[in-house]
Design a protein around this ligand. Structure first.
Ligand code: PMP
Length: 357
């Protein structure tokens, strides 16, 4: 038996959302965009043998320059990752010694505790308020190597204004990581704080907003010093040539992106209206490409099973009391959402209110 580090031996790995095999599924469980950047697709279709044969630019300088222009920061403040998950891993690797404290909110992205365990850090989970409010005082008062804030948060899509994040930065925390994987959908972000605070790192992703989850591109915006530390601990060629090419193309087609985000918001609001007005369920206000619906007197677990039997996948978080009777639904195509609303209505009819839980 090979000896494995004790904390790795004892941990459960990250469990990604289901990626079903076969045809006919309506996949509303992992927050992918229903469209992908046409410019990225065209660029990938015209790659040549050299793009596969040769190593990529290890620092992805062209892409960093493009992102630096987009966000009005310096080139050395941008760091590119193999998805934003890679950036999160690098942050743990660069910042946390074993035994260091890491703070994140609950519920939020379930990768944070897994990365913390891998690094041997101590995780402190701070509960969000009943309406997913950010507990700014608590997040400021527990001394931590890293405080993680997801903005908009996952799974509710709640957006926190920059002044709340600024308060946490000003409390003197070593590093505040603002995971903005869904920020493009919210029409607002905390990027302006990067020029004000040395202890902030914004983490962004092209997976959802540009429809490039399969390409794997994420990036961070931070001080030049932190960015340099992340570069020291990254894999030598952490982002492949095709991925850099696709990302560059996607970022040059901002008109498509803006329109895609507008269309997503329109369908999200349509879905929220149907669930609240027609099915009389509570929907949490979302500024992301998903919504969280509270099933109230009905059982979310049973509804999820009912939907799954009809090849509709949504996400249920069984082990968090704030959301254990909720379903997170990705904003799919209009046709998919119509099928979902119909099927969820049938799922509710199938249950007896109040006795169903
Ligand atoms: N942060 C949050 C909050 C997420 O929900 C996700 C997607 N599961 C990620 C980061 C990772 O995204 P990616 O690695 O595809 O950029």
């Amino acid at each position: 038996m090979v000896k494995v580090r004790k904390n790795v031996d004892e941990m459960h790995g990250y469990v990604p959302g289901e990626q079903p095999r076969g045809e006919g599924w309506i996949k509303l469980n992992t927050n992918e965009n229903v469209e992908c950047s046409p410019a990225a697709l065209a660029a990938l279709r015209s790659i040549d043998a050299d793009d596969l044969r040769l190593y990529p630019d290890a620092q992805a300088n062209e892409l960093r320059a493009q992102l630096a222009r987009r966000h009005s920061v310096e080139l050395d403040q941008v760091m590119i990752g193999n998805g934003s998950d890679d950036i999160l891993t690098l942050l743990f690797r660069a910042i946390c010694d074993p035994g260091d404290t890491v703070v994140f909110t609950m519920p939020s992205y379930s990768l944070y505790p897994v990365l913390s365990q891998i690094q041997g850090a101590k995780s402190i989970e701070i509960r969000l308020g009943p309406d997913f409010e950010l507990p700014v005082r608590r997040l400021s008062s527990i001394r931590a190597a890293i405080v993680f804030i997801t903005n908009p948060n996952n799974p509710a899509g709640t957006w926190y204004p920059p002044d709340q994040i600024a308060d946490i930065c000003e409390s003197g925390q070593n590093l505040v990581v603002v995971d903005e994987a869904y920020a493009d959908y919210s029409g607002a972000d905390c990027v302006e704080l990067v020029s004000r605070y040395a202890n902030i790192c914004i983490v962004r992703s092209l997976s959802k907003a540009y429809g490039l989850a399969g390409v794997r591109i994420g990036y961070s915006l931070s001080s030049g010093e932190l960015s340099a530390a992340l570069r020291k601990v990254k894999d030598s060629y952490n982002v492949g040539r095709p991925s850099q090419i696709a990302a560059l193309a996607a970022l040059t087609d901002e008109d498509w992106a803006q329109e895609s985000w507008r269309r997503t918001a329109e369908r999200r609001d349509w879905l929220a209206d149907r669930l609240t007005l027609d099915l009389r369920l509570k929907v949490h206000p979302s500024r992301a490409n998903f919504i969280l619906v509270d099933l109230g007197d009905y059982s979310a677990a049973d509804a999820m099973t009912f939907l799954r039997e009809r090849k509709i996948l949504v996400r249920h978080f069984a082990d968090d009391p704030l959301v254990d009777n909720c379903l997170r639904i990705t904003v799919g195509t209009q046709a998919e959402l119509e099928v979902l609303v119909e099927a969820l209505g049938s799922a509710l009819e199938n249950q007896k209110p109040a006795t169903a839980k």
